[in-house]
Design a protein around this ligand. Structure first.
Ligand code: AMP
Length: 405
């Protein structure tokens, strides 16, 4: 079986439990990038995930100032991207008032932060209303730092960005990771560090280019790799198998072939879809054709893994002791093409019950879990797809290196 390559020395990060908080203004970077419709938060999962940190701060007598981003407002105020609705959502979850500051920097925000009493909470408007956030402008980081005495990084999903609130701010205030970031790191460490074996990874989604790095890295660690979703067709094309009109990243065919060769050399079982659900046109009500084998006829487009592939994939899941899943097996947003992704979700839920460690990352895989109602049945659902992939790839995360420095 695969031996883990030696892992890099871990960053020395201060944990929230080690920070003296009484009477201090804790400036907390959170990930409240949530869907909002008509002024109401549609899915409060990300807000809920921050509750342990917030409760810890309240219980320890801190004054809480929350900073976050929402969407891509391009560096200037845009009411469409206001985080104000999150204050109402948080109020409900926390069961206490949450004040709102119309701007995350400047005199008014500073005054509101200074007026807080222990246990009180202030949510500040979208960081990205300032161009300085994404530019990691030191002057903007400095302005933010005036809102707190200590900094708490709890935005796992933003750690891979070198922005003012992630990479600049930790250099200006004594900082620690929050309880959510701590939990995320502990789970991913199990995968990176010393996973129970066999260790299986299931990777899907549309884009090969986004995942080549992580696939390469995963091959050094896993015992088996399952590739599904739109990205699988580039791998099949690399094997000289016809893929009809399915998704293809032509310029990535050679690298895909490299992954398959590396898997072979390392004796990692690398499974590609053996049959497919296909359509002539991608639309929800399109008539579906299931191919009898790997090859896809010229006029068809693969939109989901087929029933035999589901069987093989489920068998692999049943054998594994650690399973990491990122990316759907098909265009799951359309019910007719969701069977593959749903079957993986169900098999993972069963595996968790049987004692395996299951870790799911990435917005689309989480959406599959939400649709199947199985989110609670995984060992861990990562709140940051990009950040978890970059961690697995072994890339330094700016938000963590800044904190450790
Ligand atoms: P990614 O952002 O690369 O993880 O891709 C996620 C997207 O991949 C989802 O929106 C799926 O609809 C899409 N996807 C999965 N399978 C296919 C497929 N066979 N053809 C086209 N898109 C797909």
């Amino acid at each position: 079986m695969t031996q883990n390559p030696p892992s890099k020395p871990a960053l020395k990060l201060r944990r929230l439990q080690e920070v003296a908080l009484k009477g201090k203004r804790a400036l907390v970077r959170v990930d409240y990038n949530v869907p909002i419709r008509d002024g109401v938060v549609e899915d409060d999962a990300r807000v809920r995930e921050t509750l342990p940190t917030l409760r810890h701060l309240i219980d320890n007598g801190a004054k809480i100032v929350l900073i976050c981003h929402l969407g891509r407002p391009k560096g200037k105020p845009d009411p469409k991207y206001s985080v104000k609705p999150v204050a109402a959502s948080l109020e409900k979850l926390l069961g206490r008032p949450v004040a709102f500051a119309q701007d995350c920097a400047g005199a008014a925000a500073e005054k509101a932060a200074a007026a807080l009493k222990p246990g009180e909470v202030l949510l500040c408007e979208n960081l990205r209303f300032h161009a300085g956030e994404e530019a990691n402008d030191p002057a903007f980081a400095k302005a933010l730092s005036r809102l707190g005495d200590v900094f708490v990084q709890d935005a796992f999903g933003a750690l891979h960005r070198a922005h003012a609130s992630t990479a600049g701010l930790p250099k200006l205030l004594p900082g620690s990771i929050g309880l959510l970031v701590q939990k995320e790191l502990e789970f991913l460490d199990r995968v990176i560090g010393n996973p129970a074996r066999p260790f299986l990874s299931i990777v899907g989604g549309a884009k090969v280019s986004d995942k080549l790095g992580v696939l390469n890295r995963l091959l050094d660690r896993v015992d088996a790799l399952l590739i599904g979703g739109g990205m699988a067709y580039t791998f099949l094309a690399a094997q000289g198998i016809s893929i009809g009109r399915s998704l293809l990243e032509k310029e990535k065919v050679r690298q895909a072939q490299g992954i398959v060769e590396k898997a072979y050399a390392k004796k990692v079982e690398c499974l590609l879809p053996a049959d497919h659900v296909c359509v002539r046109e991608i639309k929800p009500e399109a008539e579906t054709v299931v191919t009898p084998a790997m090859a896809i006829p010229e006029d068809l487009i693969g939109v989901d893994i087929g029933p035999h592939t589901i069987e093989f994939f489920v068998e692999q899941i049943e054998k594994a002791k650690t399973i990491f899943w990122n990316g759907p097996m098909g265009i799951f947003e359309m019910p007719a093409f969701s069977a593959g992704s749903f079957a993986v979700a169900k098999a993972l839920a069963k595996a968790t019950k049987a004692g395996s460690t299951t870790i799911v990352g990435g917005g689309d895989s989480l959406a599959v879990l939400a649709k199947t109602g199985l989110a609670g049945e995984m060992s861990h659902c990562s709140t940051g797809g990009g950040a978890s992939l970059e961690l697995l790839e072994g890339k330094p995360l700016p938000g963590l290196t800044a904190l450790a420095a």
